[in-house]
Design a protein around this ligand. Sequence first.
Ligand code: URP
Ligand code: ZN
Ligand code: ZN
Length: 486
Amino acid sequence: MAAYDTVIRGGTVVTASDMVRADIGIAGGRVAALGENLDEGAHEIDAGGRLVMPGGVDSHCHIEQPGSTGGTNADTFTSGSISAACGGTTTTISFSPQVRGRGVREAMDGYAALARKSVIDYCFHIIVNDPSDAVIEEELPELIAEGHRSIKVFMTYPSNRMDDAQLLKVFACAKKHGAFVCVHAENHDAIMWMTDRLLEAGLTSPRYHAWSKPPVVEREAVHRVIALAELLDLPIQVFHVTCAEAAEEIRRAQARGIKVFGETCPQYLTLTADDMDRDGFEGAKFICSPAPRTEEHHEAIWRALIDGTLGIVSSDHAPYSFDDPRGKALHGANARFSEIPNGIPGLETRLPLVFSEGVAAGRIGPCEFVALTSANPARLFGLYPKKGTIAVGSDADIAIWDAEREVTIRSDDLHTQTDYTPYEGMSVTGWPVMTLSRGEVIWNDGEVTAEPGRGRWLKREPYDYIRPTGRFTAPFDPIALRKLEE
Ligand code: URP
Ligand code: ZN
Ligand code: ZN
């Protein structure tokens, strides 16, 4: 009888801390052994000349979710998760969206039912946009205790934004019950005011999306939300940081000992505001929020990734088809920028873009790549070391990479149901040629071998990584309602 179900032989195993030539023995869906010349497996995979890395953890992707700015998400859980797997990602964290006036429990029940079609493992952030007494006192505490340990809040979008008092209400609930909070940070009133002025001036085409929300509106909101979190000593993550100014706010807070984490996305390392300035409606393909910036900001964001200010690169996959009245053309192909659904597809291209722009371009090494795209999101969201590493006992979620492969990105070759990619024609170096989820090959260089529904929901227990600092801005704990020693 074979010693292992599968042996991945002869590759270079990369984790966030090490790079070593080793075989991997897999049994029962988990890594059972790492070493040289392991005994035979029932299934043998030759990884000679390849990098063998933990599957990606995409901790920010919108799958089969009603869009915050209208439009219908082009991917189902089946197509989205297949697309993720083909790009080397083995875990997604997407969003269960509350509808204003209704509960977070009913949203979760409906959304979790959709996710049962996933081909890879998954869990959810709870979007809260209406912190009613029932939500704060009953539904959120129950969902958190059941293992949904993260919440997303928005400071903009009419359908989702909350004011500072509402944010504090959600923050207090998260702190009390042990959930981690992620924030979409942009100043809503400033964006609305700028949008009205641009439309009044007749500046309506896609390129003016970027003018309506310049870096200053992001910087202000990042500063403000960090201050609110500091009041409660609540660790938070700022989602999709795009610019030098916002990264600097996070850096300054971290230097003061505030527990704030930062994330960015490939679009903020590769696309610019000029991409929205294309002929006709083409620019709509690049409209996402916050808006893509400039090449100077790309370099500032790389610096923030390298110095640790930002620890995660997620996709913010928010797929709206271009040639579709439910997608970018929801309000017609001449719609004003303010009416175009915000979001771009990116689950499948996230890892190749970061690998190419990061590792192949010499900005980071393979270990840093694994940290930014797999280990750090797994740590921050309570999934580590089950996910995010290759170690004995970890789930055998593995992506085998050809680090030399040159690929020209083409929408036709991708597996998302979105009808375009913003990266059309871009050349990248490095591509995942095989993906395993819990030891099962689900993507094999051109062939999808996964069955919809094999993915599992990941219950998240309380975890230490998001432990508060214990320091408050006044000698008073506003959650415990207790005076502290002065
Ligand atoms: O532009 C972005 N980031 N869109 C995602 C938000 C959403 O819910 O549509
Ligand atoms: Zn967002
Ligand atoms: Zn998002």
